[in-house]
Design a binder for this molecule. Structure first.
Ligand SMILES: [Zn+2]
Length: 96
């Protein structure tokens, strides 16, 4: 739980792109683990498979949609199919 919030907070407040590249998948995985734990306890150990699929797909979409600005290090959340191409804060091209 703490890992998820710390990770997301770090992504929003830090400008350190190399570290954010590591923090992003870790906090996404932690969020997935948390959601799976809640799902399986809510369903007494048998989470419905479609919920697990939706969870997996939305995590993947989040991961694909997030880019970091190469110039100022801002975390930019775009959509799944079209990640933001330019940084909203400094206007530079974003990179993964
Ligand atoms: Zn920028």
């Amino acid at each position: 739980m703490v890992t998820v919030f710390a990770g997301i907070a770090y992504l929003y407040f830090s400008r350190n792109v190399p570290i954010k590249r590591i923090v992003l998948p870790i906090s996404l995985l932690a969020a997935a683990g948390l959601a799976l734990t809640m799902l399986s306890s809510a369903s007494k150990g048998h989470p419905p498979w479609f919920f697990v699929c939706i969870l997996f797909v939305s995590l993947l979409a989040t991961y694909r949609g997030v880019v970091f600005c190469s110039s100022c290090g801002q975390t930019v959340r775009g959509s799944f199919l079209r990640p933001a191409e330019f940084c909203p804060s400094c206007g530079a091209r974003t990179q993964r």
